[in-house]
Design a protein around this ligand. Structure first.
Ligand code: DC
Length: 217
């Protein structure tokens, strides 16, 4: 496996923007591992697979009807050869993704595909909930981003053109699900740099992360 930097944290903490910009500055690849859970949930809904049917979900992880592709601008998801990246961005797909992510068999089945993202010639910036703790425990540098729940909701509501109050509730529910699940709960990795991004802009966060990773890669 090549060099890896992991960026974990709760919903809308800035993981995607920060990891994409960090990868751009380093000339590395990046992947949003949430796309695997969102893609799986989306495919299950399209195929009328019950989100509690663990066996069918685990089988669907290997079904070529859907796939994840790394891209400099976004981690893309394809379903039946259609680019569904915009569709999986919706908060309800995020919530379904959080639900399917609870199942150990589903997580295990998606692990290899996520790890394969680091096999390229460049380094990889990987973001998610368990990238530093489970997917890439050997990563050269680990970062954990956080921000106030109001700030995160405002950020995502503005992105999606939705009501901020509804978004606070939806994110709190999702964060609760993600941090209390039995397998690979969202957690701060040991030795991670923790950054509260509430009062920082993107450039300030990336500068801080770059300074931290510089000595490690
Ligand atoms: O980062 P995101 O909002 O795209 O993630 C969607 C859901 O997928 C998240 O609520 C929980 C799950 N997820 C996970 O369990 N582990 C990851 N490494 C990434 C996402």
């Amino acid at each position: 496996m090549g060099m890896v930097i992991t960026i974990d944290g709760p919903a809308a903490s800035g993981k995607s923007s920060v990891s994409r910009e960090l990868a751009r500055r380093l000339g590395w690849q990046w992947v949003s591992t949430g796309a695997f859970y969102r893609g799986l949930a989306f495919a299950a809904l399209q195929l009328h697979i019950d989100l509690d049917d663990v066996k069918a979900l685990a089988e669907l992880t290997h079904n070529p009807v859907w796939s994840v592709r790394m891209d400099d601008a976004r981690t893309r998801v394809f379903f039946q050869d259609q680019d569904v990246t915009d569709l999986i961005a919706h908060e309800d797909v995020g919530n379904f993704a959080s639900k399917v992510s609870h199942y150990p068999d589903v997580r295990k089945a998606l692990l290899e595909a996520q790890r394969n993202c680091s096999r390229g010639p460049q380094g990889l910036v990987a973001e998610g909930r368990d990238c530093g703790t489970v997917v890439f425990p050997q990563a050269q540098a680990k970062v954990y981003l956080t921000a106030s729940s109001e700030h995160r909701a405002a950020r995502r509501a503005a992105e999606l053109g939705l009501d901020q109050g509804d978004m606070v509730k939806a994110q709190q529910q999702r964060d609760h699900q993600d941090s209390t699940r039995k397998v690979a709960p969202m957690a701060v990795p040991e030795d991670a740099l923790v950054v509260d991004t509430t009062t920082m802009n993107l450039e300030q966060v990336v500068d801080k992360v770059v300074e931290f990773v510089k000595g490690k890669i």
